[in-house]
Design a binder for this molecule. Sequence first.
Ligand code: GLC
Ligand code: CA
Length: 567
Amino acid sequence: MASAEELRQGAWFRNAVFYEIPVRSFYDSNGDGIGDLGGVTQKLDYLSELGVRAIWLLPFYRSAWRDEGYDITDHYSIDPTLGTLDDLDRLVTDAHAHGIRVLGDFVSNHVSIDHPWFQAARKDRGSPHRNWFLWSDTGKEFSRTRIIFRDLERSNWTWDETAGQYYFHRFYATQPDLNYDEPAVRAEMTKIARFWLGHGLDGFRCDAVPYLFKREGTRCQSLPEVHQFFQELRSILDAEFPGTVLVAEANQSVPETVPYFGNGREFPIVMHFPLMPNLYLALGEEDPRRIRHVLQATLPAPHGCGWAYFLRNHDEVSLEQVSDDEREMFLWIYGRYPRTVLNGGIRRRLAPMLDGNDATIAMMHALLLSLPGAPFLYYGDEIGMGDRLDLSDRDGVRTPMQWTSEENAGFSALPVDRLVRPPVTDPNYGPAARNVAEERSRLGSLYHQIQQLIAIRSANVEEFGSERLAAADAHATSVLAFWRDQPSARVLCLFNFSRATVTGTVSIDPELRSAPVLIAGDGTIERQESNLMYTLGGRRYAWVRFVRPVPPLGTPAAAPPESSPSR
Ligand code: GLC
Ligand code: CA
C-alpha cells in the first residue's frame, strides 16, 4: 500500500484510473436518503477492487443545491447533508490506505446567490464585497459572451432589485460570477484551495476555468489573464503541496484547449473535450478517421502532463465542439427520444446511448484505457446504468448508484420514494437489470470486463503509462489501430468501429521477433513474417502484446522505436 508521500510523487496519473462520484448519488451511509461522504468511504473496497486509483468528488461544500453543489454558500465547510470535516478526513485517510487519491471540485467562477458575500454585496454599494461581483446599470456589457445554459437562461445579466443593478452570471442566474479583477477574490480562492489541500485532498478538478476573467469586446473566455491566474495558483500549490493535481474543465476547441497545459506550467491534466463527441460520431459512421485526426492534433501532451479522457460525466454530452452538420448527425443517431436534447447536447447515460450493448460499452472503455493520459470513468457506467429523462435538467444522469436489485437500488436504508432522486425505472437499465451485486457475481459481466481491462492496463503499465502513441495502418476503414510502446515491449491496440466482422493486416517491425499475445479483447490474430493478420468481430477490440528481444549482454540499448505521429 502506498503511503501518502508515495502517492504524491511523479506523474502518477498516467497510470491511474479516475472515477467520478456525485456524492449525493453514490451511497447513503446514515439512512436519510442522501448519499454522503461516509457512503463513499464505505465503498472504497468496491472502488479499489475495480482498480480505481483516484476519485473525483463533485462539490461537497455547503450549498443551496440548485446546481448539484456548484452553487456554494460556504467554501470552508462540508454541507451538513453530506457529512462533517471529520468524515472527509476519514475518507481521505482510508482512501490513501487503499492507494486511492482524492480530488475535490474547485468551483472558482461563481458562488450561490445565497452566499453571504453576494448578500452583503447586493445590499450595500459601499460593502467591501460589492466589487467581488460584476455589476451593470444596463446589462449590455460583454455582449459577445455566449450563453452556456442556453435552454435555461436568456442572458448573462440579471436585474437585482435589492442591488439596483444587473449582475453577471455565466451559468444559472442563481450563480453570480466573481470579479477576478478584484485582488481579494483571487487571494480568497487561493486560500480556499489551501484549506482543502490542508485536509489531505490530492488535487482538484477545476470547474469552468475559461470564464474567470471578462474583457469588453472579447468572448470572455480563455483570456491571457485566466492562464496567468492558474499558473500562479499552480506554482503556489506546487510549493506548498508538492504534486497537487489540477484537472482543467475547459470545454473548448483544440487550439483553445491545449494552452491550458501552459507548456507544463499550468494544468497537469486537461479534460479532452474535443475528442469526446468524436468517439460517438465515429461509432455512428463506423469509421474512426476523425478520432485519428483529433489524436494527431493533440498528442503528445507536454512532458509531465496528460489528457483526461472520458465518455460521460455528470453533465449533458456537450456538442459545443462539433460543427452544425456533425451535431445534426449526432442528434439523429443518439437524440431520437423526446426531451433528450439539453443546451444543444444530449442528457443521456452511456449505456442507453449505446443501446445497452455491453460489447460496445466495453470497447469504448478499452479505447479510453489505451490512450496516453488519464481515463475518467463515470460512476455506474461500469455496470451499464441508465438514465431518467423525466427528471429535469441533468438530474437524469445522476440517479442513485445501483448496488443491488432492490427497488431502492441498495443505495439507502430508506424506501425508494424517500431517496434524494428516484432510481432508474426502465426495465433494461434499472436496479433489477443492472446492479453491482449481480454483475460482480457473474463472470463476463460488463463490470468484470471493465475490471479486467483496468487490471491488464495496470499490469502493462510501462506501455500504457508512457506518453507515446504511434498510429498504425490496419488496412480496414473501420479499424482504429495504434501502438503503445516502451523499450521492453509494444502493445498494438485495435478497435473495430463497424457492426460487421473485419479482417485486415498490420505491418510489424521485423525487430519484434516475439510471437504476438492477445492480452485483452477477442478476435483472432496470426503472425506471418512482418505482418499481423487479424479478424475482429463487429464492435470488438484487441490488445496485442509483443515482447522485444533482450539485447545480448554488452550491446548498447536499442534506439527508441518510432515516435508519435504528431510532432
Ligand atoms: C460545470 C459543471 C456543471 C455546472 C457548471 C456551473 O460545467 O460541470 O455541472 O453546472 O460548471 O458550475
Ligand atoms: Ca446520508
